[in-house]
Design a protein around this ligand. Sequence first.
Ligand code: HEM
Length: 229
Amino acid sequence: MSTTAVNLRQSRAAAFWYSNTGKKIVMAVTGAILFIFVIGHMLGNLQIFQGPERINSYGRFLHNLGEILWAERIVLLSAVVLHIIATVQLALRNKAARPIGYSRRDAINSSYASRTMYWSGPIVLAFVIFHLLHLTAGMIVPGAAFIEGDVYHNVVSGFQVWWVSAWYILAVCLLGLHLRHGIWSMFQSVGVNHPRYMPLLKQAAMWIAAVIVLGYISIPISVLLGLVK
Ligand code: HEM
């Protein structure tokens, strides 16, 4: 490829990234990647209800993926970083374009979920860091000792500590709030925003988020109730 063609590609990519539309697309695509992970991870975790052997062999299967697992981790980490950068830059641009700040009318017009995006996001991020140190690295050990490869033991002994379960439940509820608005925005980004379907799409976003929240919190709740031990 000639140098001119490479330069042209680079300047197109830069123009895309610097435009508001480009940043919104980056937010939507990275959000979709993280959303798919959240669903897959929830389905994987629900195998805990089928007993220790099942969830532990699922854990072994993931670890045996080797390079594929690392590729997935790199994609996830890149998606998180790009999602945050695009969000912060867009928020700063919006703020600069509105020097007086939000008026009461703006606040009324924006939904509760959309106003929570800016604080639910950072709390979910803090939760993910805690979660990785807890269940992946075994560096935060609130319950019995961390046992490498024994996912069942690590999850159950962690959730038997009430504040760990409470923190997971709170964070997952905030994730649900974040997802509800995120899914709704995703529908709009891909052009599914006909006024006739708006109420239906809003409901769909709410139900998808609710199913995800219920799926995740069913685990700490079952441990606290002694149904999983
Ligand atoms: C009840 C809720 C949850 C449980 C029981 C759970 C369980 C686990 C476990 C056992 C691992 C370690 C897997 C291993 O290394 O063998 C893990 C990793 C992970 N979890 Fe969760 N998780 C929960 C919620 C979440 C949520 C809500 C998110 C995201 C918002 C999340 C994101 C991650 C990530 C990014 C990893 C690292 C994946 C990797 O190593 O590639 N988890 N989770």
